[in-house]
Design a protein around this ligand. Sequence first.
Ligand code: RB5
Length: 149
Amino acid sequence: MIAVASDHGGLELKQAICQLLKQRGLDYADMGTSDESSVDYPDFGRKVATAVADGDCDRGILVCGTGIGMSITANKVDGIRAALVHDPFTARMAKEHNNANILVLGGRILEVKTGCELVGIWLDSVFEAGRHQNRLNKIRQIEIDRKQE
Ligand code: RB5
């Protein structure tokens, strides 16, 4: 199950992404927003990040105007590796090297078609593990150490 959400700045791209997921036969949960009225991106970023961190969804996609607010929000939640991507290279690296469990896009930066292409690349790429897993372990260790400080 893929958790998907946006604020008003990402609504159009999020709606297209939901269509793409449907076409690919992938289950998704649209966690809002549902219209263009102004909302606060942390409310939606938190929903998706919590669903992924708690294991209710196995990955997530977030869209706001720039993608910056959603990535800051999602990365506050332990276990989340949210990656803001802008092009095919960063979309692929987000999975191959960072095993990002949330993809973040800027709805006011990307054309809808490009945003959907980046989602496809992230979905189709495979984590390379090996030395990259060691680095993710070090990121996880920061979360553990900070709780003990
Ligand atoms: C909303 O105006 C805008 O600030 C938001 O979509 C996002 O770009 C924040 O990072």
